[in-house]
Design a protein around this ligand. Sequence first.
Ligand code: PLP
Length: 402
Amino acid sequence: MPAINENFLKLEKNYLFINIAKKVNAFTAANPDAKLIRMGIGDVTLPLAPVVVDAMKKGADEMGVKETFKGYEDSGAGYDFLREAVSDYYKSFGADVSADEIRINDGAKSDCGNIVDIFGDDNIILVTDPAYPVYVDSNKMSGRTIIYADSNEENGFAAMPDESVHADIIYLCSPNNPTGSVYTAEQLKVWIDYAKKNDAVIIYDAAYEAFITDPDVPRSIFCIEGAKECAIEMCSLSKTAGFTGVRCGYTVVPNALKVTASDGTEVSLAQIWGRRQGSKFNGVSYPVQCAAAAVFTEEGQKQIHENIAYYQENARIISDTMTKVGVKFTGGVNSPYIWFKCPKNMGSWEFFDMMLEKIAVVGTPGEGFGKNGEGWFRLTAFGDRDNTIEAMKRFEKLVSEL
Ligand code: PLP
């Protein structure tokens, strides 16, 4: 009988979305006529942009013709046309990332989880808390030591390094899921300096960069000096262009990022990541890469930004409601997430139950994202406009009567 990786048995059960589903099912069974509004799960709701659909169809048509059919892609790192388009996109907001530093993938979640393969298990992993659960789970699966940097009300949910504590790998996410907070250029520079002092590597998740509206907030860690010697960046078209069901993203491992192996030799992380991917990943389908390339065309950018603007307006409606009823929150600007403090110091689940029972609105209790999420709550702006307006009317009434 094979021995299993017992670290899986030590993972915390993912009760969050199971519990939500159970409670929602019980509520709808008991209240079949209630108009339930879901503002919990971070999935998009608007369809793909027409230019993206056309490009995907054209790619599929080419696959049906002998002369243009494509089998395995040679490198598995993504077609040059897409890697060049991503590189130009980075240049458009001031980050110098060359096409050969970019690898195309089937979404950011895969690489966020898979990147652990290229690092040893003795590393100390630093995760900001609360956080997107993949960073913690993927490291726990390899039995690694995880330490946490607190994101909380005092620091505006933007944790900064504790200079007295050492870490080898640091996970940062900006704009943040779940808190919607963002790091400024100055704050990122502090993290970069800390990483360099500790010979650490930053894994930077920029999945929500397209929601940044403030010109002073960096869209990539590579907008900041020194990042190329200490950071890896993951990005995704899921929220940017509605690709949650299409699956495409990209990871940047800079050529300048080097670490020293135990025998003293200098190792390029881009090379070993390429080796890892070459052995375990065979690339993204051609029609999907055609669709992704369309996102970066002038027309593609125009069309996807119409969808983003729709979500941003939802975020504004939610934020305005929070302000009006005097509920503290982060996010909403530069982010599709609104992270608010449960009124009357209620616990996250207590508030969840109350919202469900009294106004039939579903959100996500903050404690599902880490201990600092207790007493906080996440709503998403990815829903339908009318539902968002209706949910906020109900929310306003609920909070004003508390
Ligand atoms: N990173 C963050 C912070 C996310 O919130 C998500 C999805 O919700 C992802 C990465 C993964 O996105 P995908 O795998 O769809 O590209």
